[in-house]
Design a protein around this ligand. Sequence first.
Ligand SMILES: C[S@@+](CC[C@H](N)C(=O)[O-])C[C@H]1O[C@@H](n2cnc3c(N)ncnc32)[C@H](O)[C@@H]1O
Length: 332
Amino acid sequence: MPLHLEPDDGPPSFPDLLATAGYRAVAAGLRLGLFDALADGPRPLPSLAAALDADPRGTGLLAEALVSFGYLTRGPDGYAATPETAKWLTGGGYAEVDKFWSVVLFESWQGLEESVRTGKPAIDFYAWLAERPEVLRRFQGMLAGHADAIAPEVASIVPVGSTLLDVGGGHAKHAIRLCTAHPSLEATVIDLPDALAVGAAAVTDAGLSRRITLRAGDYDTLDLGEGYDTVLLFNVVHGRTAEANEALLARVASALRPGGAVVLLEHDEHPPDRASDAFARVFSLNLFHGQGGQVYGTSEITTWLTSAGLTTPTTHPLTTSPGQSLLVSHKP
Ligand SMILES: C[S@@+](CC[C@H](N)C(=O)[O-])C[C@H]1O[C@@H](n2cnc3c(N)ncnc32)[C@H](O)[C@@H]1O
């Protein structure tokens, strides 16, 4: 991060070598609790190493690397977090995002070449997550936090009747928001058992256990039911192959009543600014590697929807999540 290297005539990969090493050092700092240990002010090296229960020489070398990348400063009282580091990388806020992505990039991307070579995901992301309960909790926590942020805008766009099915709705935040806003609405949420455990706690806390049914299982094989007014498919199709999406959308179409709506939440294929576009490309590569998916364009999604007998979708870009849109399509 804060090196801001100017382009020069050197190898184009060198800034990325530094950035990657810097991010790995940040991940080590987060996992060791280094930034939290500096939350109350600077510490001399012996005190910092003792707080981390870590080797003083190793702690010093890590701290020096973090100074060079602009995350820490070194002064008469020892090492200190910069104001930006204190704001973003201490506690359980944005630090959770870095803890998640650093594990993804430095562990799950080990077999990236194999995915690219074979065209098949080298890992099964959700099985990989299930083996790592802490990473799974963090992943669902990130999704739930994002859902909380966009839920009011989403609720203003989603067409609602009396029944709603949220396919892959794990944390249940959207079902909770919509049931709260529409007192006669009843919702069903389908997800894998570990993810649904997160949703079960949220539904109980919201006092909505009677109106929100949680169904644990594989949405590719469970009977989805029929007659729904609304089906949500939020952040689902990007985690699957085109063939799998065509099959799922055909089943979703069967689960809708005539006039009912399917609403997809997806990332825009080409966000306007350069950083968002780069993130979308990295995200897409990660989806391919772990799930055989990618960020799909609206035209391809439209083809699947119309092949399933649904209407061409209307696109609603989200102001609360720039770079993401809701696609609303109906069953004629
Ligand atoms: C990217 S998350 C999206 C969660 C939520 N819809 C949202 O937008 O915040 C995808 C969800 O699909 C679930 N999922 C993945 N494969 C599944 C399957 N075969 N059957 C049921 N759920 C699945 C995951 O557990 C996860 O909760």
